[in-house]
Design a protein around this ligand. Structure first.
Ligand code: FAD
Length: 405
């Protein structure tokens, strides 16, 4: 009898969790498992703000997929998925196609620019290793040319970050540490540099405890970050951005670097494949399958789960993607063993910690609020735990964060 074929799209937090759990739970005689990913490496998306600011080398952020999968059990295909043909049970890749009996989509997020003019063309987004490397090099180039090029001097030293949510704040924390190093390296007066955070909402880090938010804002302000809260980016241009507080009050901020960190949506493949979604995120059933598709699991940033307590979607996080990966692997194992009862996914939020640079952070973990080095230590433990969950102690030793003080 032909073995069922399980195809996993994306080797991020969710996809790798499914692959590494399935390789343990499913025998080679039970199913064929194929993992498809754009690159032959996995990257820790939650560390990309560090690589973007240049406080952590991009090679520290990634590791080879072959180091964590059992190649006797999981076939790895390096390829870019373009479309899912659910009726025909196949995925179209940039080079060729692949059929499946069960499909897991864990292709992560894309920036959501909300139709703001010029953002796609003139702003960077922290989305993957290539983007992070480009942001780091772009910023460094501005400092490197400041003293040699008479043109656009002030703009070169102005960095705008769009969004004061989690990603924006974590990136600002790294930038605030990196800028003094760049000033020293390239003979630039630190007081000439401007780091501006523009946020349309009336608050920083919505959903966070106000006391923790105040700590984060005053920490970043002390390090030179200027906040423009309740201010929307109306347009990005080759020269910078245009912001507005209302219809009439508009202002141009000239900046050579604009990084958009104010929103994400699910991978566009979802919508391009005709799967019902809201901003590329599929409101999945409790067993993580897409409504109307018995063999299609959607996890991570491409999925949407409602927090019943507040009747709002959970924000997309690595924490949820990994937990979904475990449940998804168990549900697929059940299906190939002809079991009909599938497990319901319920997020178990252990806490949230937002870093403010290498040795500072704010957060809540196991119900306790924390700030400073304690929170920063917790953040590193969370990062190391994610490595451990996928690759065990050897991966933690290879890639873990141990510089806790
Ligand atoms: P990802 O982990 O992003 O993986 C997607 C994978 O799919 C990648 O390997 C990618 O290369 C691959 N891929 C994409 N398109 C294709 C294609 N067409 N074909 C083939 N492969 C493809 N969450 C937290 O819980 N805590 C945090 O502290 C935190 N910090 C963050 C900081 C930053 C800077 C950012 C950007 C995000 C942060 N997040 C955090 C959110 C978290 O990173 C995401 O929720 C998580 O990565 C989602 O996991 P995923 O498996 O859906 O996608």
């Amino acid at each position: 009898m032909r073995k069922p074929k399980i195809v996993i799209l994306g080797a991020g937090y969710g996809g790798l969790m499914v692959a590494t759990r399935l390789q343990k739970s499913v025998g080679t005689n039970e199913a064929e498992i194929v993992l498809v990913n754009k690159n032959d490496y996995h990257y820790e998306t939650t560390w990309l703000h560090e690589a973007s600011a240049g406080t952590l080398h991009h090679d520290r952020v990634r590791y080879d997929i072959k180091d964590v999968i059992d190649r006797n059990k999981v076939e790895f295909v390096q390829g870019t998925a373009l479309e899912i043909k659910t009726e025909e049970k196949k995925v179209i890749l940039e080079s060729g196609e692949i059929d499946y009996d069960y499909l897991v989509v864990s292709l992560g997020a894309e920036p959501e620019t909300f139709g703001i003019k010029g953002l796609k063309e003139h702003a960077f987004s922290i989305v993957n290793v290539n983007a992070a490397r480009q942001i780091r090099e772009h910023i460094e180039y501005q400092f490197a040319t400041y003293n040699t090029d008479a043109e656009k001097k002030d703009e070169r030293l102005t960095i705008v970050v769009g969004g004061a949510g989690f990603t924006g704040i974590e990136f600002l924390g790294e930038l605030a540490n990196r800028v003094p190093e760049l000033c020293k390296e390239y003979d630039v007066d630190y007081h000439k540099v401007k780091i501006i955070c523009v946020e349309a909402a009336p608050m920083v880090l919505p959903g966070f405890d106000p006391e923790l938010v105040n700590y984060a804002v005053s920490h970043l302000e002390k390090k030179g970050v200027q906040f423009m809260i309740g201010t929307a980016i109306k347009e990005a241009t080759p020269e910078g951005i245009i912001v507005g507080k209302g219809e009439d009050e508009v202002e141009e901020i000239k900046a050579a670097t604009v990084v958009w960190a104010a929103g994400v949506r699910g991978n566009s493949i979802i919508e391009n494949s005709g799967i019902e979604a809201m901003r590329g995120r599929v409101k999945v059933q409790p067993d993580l399958r897409a409504p109307g598709h018995d063999n299609l699991f959607i996890i991570g940033d491409c999925s949407l789960i409602i927090n019943e307590e507040i009747n709002r979607p959970y924000p997309p996080t690595a924490q949820i993607a990994m937990q979904q990966g475990e449940v998804c692997a168990r549900n697929i194992t059940a299906l190939i063993r002809n079991k009909t009862e599938l497990e319901t996914f319920t997020p178990d939020i252990k806490g949230t910690v937002c870093s403010l640079g290498e040795h500072d952070a704010i957060g809540v973990a196991f119900g306790k609020k924390m700030v400073g080095t304690k929170a920063s230590f917790m953040k590193k433990m969370i990062d190391n735990r994610a490595l451990y969950m996928v690759g065990g102690p050897s991966l933690v030793l290879k890639k873990g964060k141990f510089n806790v003080l």
